[in-house]
Design a protein around this ligand. Structure first.
Ligand code: GLA
Length: 741
């Protein structure tokens, strides 16, 4: 059992392999406080002092005249609202008389093996050997409300998850105006915050800054996660790097509006809160109804950011991604988007498939433009019927032809959208989210469908299923190309409009669940204008997510480095495209594009019929390299060796197998520098006691994997380093493979 309740001390201790988390219940009123989160501790004697109840202002039991002072400094496990804790509250509830105070006290608890599902929400999972769970029931007796704080502790990963369920046990209707998934009060140790921010085509760039007094947050109010911020923050002690220092990582398993916030207060303690963004959120809870928040993840590492990263990777691979493809090589795909955009027909797609099949590609994905009247991006979303003008012979003819060439077939959909110019809109204008009497804002000339409504979900899925049943379609790319705005649902009462953002997300999750139930062998890839929905929630449904519409190898180094801070490489959709690149106009060597894409799911996004003979040869070699190394890349441990984000000159990372018998080193020299020595790279993730044979892996050479004849000790590689010669030109890359000798 990794959860212990110490009855006498009224303490809960949650233990992962290398971290501990301690919760304490204090005095007669039963306040639930946070005592400790950090490196694993074995004993508990003295830990309760961390709750500071023996120092002024003391608990109300001792000093009721200063009750507010107590509330405002007590390290809360789930902060109150409106009764005197002036830091960020975790929950706000409006009572029938309009009052909004919430005060929670301990009632009882339950410790169990395993983990319950969160109804309708993506969440981590594990069996009775892998995970234990704790529920702490708290109440607000004035409101007649029960709040259950839920924790799950993993035996094989340094991760703890939290969520909250709120039950209205009163006879009245309550309005839940805020319900975070968790709160964490810690002593401030001059933390720095690491976040991932971006925009379209430039997602998840790392940023690091000191956390000062006041509040620092990342958030989304776009109805989806967005390109702009990741629902993540790490608090790290000064000087923390990849191998040393303390790192606390907070991540949110959700795909809608979020807030992740660090607050440093007057007494120099830090309060972290993670949850659904309270803006425009209001959930009506009638008597007996309950609300379950999404889940948040906490990861603690005493060994720097690298270990935090590997804990997230392991947690998501073992306990979040459900797909049958998780541990399989994904078919190398070719997607026609950058090859043709909307300008294609069956013949053109078959030409691409023919050439791709010859070179070893394994699946053709037909992107946007195959349905309705979709000759450009101005129309037809919602009309999921095959356009037989472009697609002579229909879908089944094309899929059969592609299958005959030995390729699987995949198809693009954007199920949550509706174009004003569509048959669907003519029939159901009220299915679009929009405020009556106000001009509904367009983005990419489209509206968002109100998928909070069952009839909308049913009709869209009916059309999608019909197409998928009509042919042997083995992969779906589920896209979502605009944020939500003009929030109003024709199906919700006035006092329930604040439920729409969340109900939308639940509706979208339900659609994906039904899609997978109907087609259990489907390989699903999520996407949102590139990487606007790269979040842990989506990973529960699809084992891979399109990282970014930017396929430029150099920009991808930054995007993929930021993404890989949290997500396993097997989840990152990455393709080789043509140069000059369609987003930045940069030209990079074909081999570099291949090496960078290899770090992800790997595929091509170009007109393969137009490649030069030399490039085609390189495709066949990249295919070989993918097959040789994908097991390692997919299942291995990821180590940052040098960060292009930090040094702006070169990038280097390594993936080693769990048994440390193999490792693959990716090096990209973004900028050449004149008259410099070779770079010495100190490797990580190897076994100091093993010797390794060094192989050069190169798609520019006929023999792609060459034994250099050199042998290095793991100890030498990690402490003295390996010398990386200067390459001639910019954007050059190298792959080195180490195998136990
Ligand atoms: C989004 C996706 C692209 C492509 C287009 C099609 O931008 O990210 O990969 O599918 O839509 O319209």
């Amino acid at each position: 059992m990794s959860i212990t309740f110490y009855e006498k001390e009224r303490l809960f201790k949650l233990d992962t392999p290398n971290s501990s988390y301690v919760i304490g219940i204090v005095d007669k009123e039963g306040f639930v406080g946070h005592a400790y989160y950090g490196k694993k501790i074995n004993g508990i004697a003295g830990i309760k002092d961390q709750l500071r109840v023996h120092e002024a202002p003391f608990t109300p039991e001792v000093n009721n005249r200063d009750r507010l002072s107590f509330y405002d400094c007590f390290p809360m496990e789930y902060s109150f609202h409106g009764v005197g804790d002036f830091r960020e509250s975790s929950i706000r509830v409006k009572a029938p008389n309009g009052a909004v105070g919430v005060k929670l006290t301990y009632v009882s608890h339950e410790i169990t093996r395993g983990k319950e599902k969160l109804q309708g929400l993506p969440a981590t999972f594990g069996n009775e050997e892998e995970v234990d769970s704790l529920k702490i029931y708290c109440q607000d007796s004035v409101l007649g409300m029960m709040v259950c704080l839920k924790y799950s502790v993993f035996a094989d990963v340094d991760a703890i998850t939290r969520s909250v369920e709120i039950v209205n046990q009163s006879v009245e209707t309550l309005y839940l105006e805020k319900a975070f998934s968790g709160c964490l009060d810690m002593d401030n140790r001059e933390y720095e915050a690491i976040t991932l921010h971006g925009t379209w085509a430039r997602e998840r760039h790392m940023e690091r800054k000191p956390v000062g007094h006041g509040k620092f947050s990342v958030s989304s109010n776009r109805g989806e996660t967005g390109h702009q911020e990741q629902p993540f923050m790490a608090l790290v002690t000064k000087g923390t790097d990849d191998t040393k220092g303390e790192a606390y990582g907070f991540h949110f398993i959700y795909s809608g509006n979020f807030l992740v916030q660090a607050e440093v207060n007057q007494f120099n303690s830090v309060r972290m809160v993670v949850g659904i963004h309270p803006e425009d959120f209001c959930f009506r809870l009638k008597s007996g109804e309950s609300f379950q928040t999404p889940e948040m993840v906490l990861v603690y590492s005493a060994e720097g950011l690298g270990q935090m990263t590997r804990s997230f990777h392991d947690l998501y691979r073992k306990h979040l991604i459900r797909s049958p493809y998780l541990h399989k090589k994904r078919p190398i795909l070719i997607n026609n988007w950058e090859a043709t955009y909307f300008d294609f027909n069956t013949e053109k797609i078959i030409d691409i498939a023919k050439e791709a099949a010859k070179l070893g590609v394994e699946m053709l994905v037909l992107d946007d433009g195959w349905f309705g009247n979709r000759f450009d991006d101005n129309r037809s979303l919602g009309d999921w019927q095959v356009n037989t003008e472009k697609m002579k012979g229909g879908m089944s003819y094309l899929v059969n032809e592609v299958n005959k060439l030995g390729l699987k077939f995949g198809l693009w959909f954007e199920p949550e959208m509706i174009s004003p110019e569509s048959e669907l809109y003519k029939k159901h204008p009220d299915w679009a989210i929009g405020i009556p009497g106000r001009e509904n804002g367009l983005a990419r000339n489209q509206f968002v469908l109100d998928v909070s409504r069952k009839e909308v979900r049913d009709e869209i899925l009916r059309m999608v299923f019909e197409v998928l049943h009509s042919a042997n379609i083995e992969y779906v790319k589920w896209d979502m190309n605009r944020p939500l705005s003009d929030l109003y649902s024709a199906s919700l009462n006035a006092d329930c409009q604040g439920e729409l953002y969340h109900r939308y997300v639940l509706g979208m999750y339900e659609m994906q669940e039904r899609l997978l139930a109907e087609f259990p062998n489907l390989l699903l890839e999520n996407c949102s204008g590139g990487g606007a929905r790269f979040d842990p929630g989506m990973l529960y449904y699809s084992p891979q997510i399109w990282c970014s519409d930017d396929t430029d190898a150099i920009e991808r180094l930054m995007i993929q480095e930021g993404t890989a801070m949290l997500y396993p490489l097997c989840a990152m959709g990455a393709h080789v495209s043509v140069c000059p690149n369609h987003t930045v106009g940069r030209s990079t060597p074909f081999s570099t594009r291949g090496n960078v894409a290899l770090t992800g799911t790997f595929g091509y996004e170009l007109d393969i019929t137009k490649l030069s003979d030399e490039e085609k040869t390189m495709v066949t070699r990249q295919v070989q390299i993918y097959h040789k190394f994908n097991d390692l890349i997919r299942e291995g441990d990821y180590y940052r060796v040098a960060s292009y984000y930090e040094n702006r000159i070169y990038d280097c990372y390594l993936v080693s197998s769990k048994d440390k018998k193999q490792a693959l080193l990716f090096y990209t020299q973004v900028m050449n520098e004149p008259n410099v020595h070779s770079k010495i790279l100190k490797l990580r993730g190897l076994d100091p006691d093993k010797d390794y044979a060094l192989y050069a892996v190169d798609s520019e050479k006929e023999e792609t994997v060459i034994n250099t004849g050199k042998v290095y000790s793991g100890d030498v590689l990690m402490n003295a380093g390996i010398s990386m010669e200067r390459l001639w030109g910019d954007f050059k890359s190298k792959l080195l493979y180490f195998e136990e000798h």
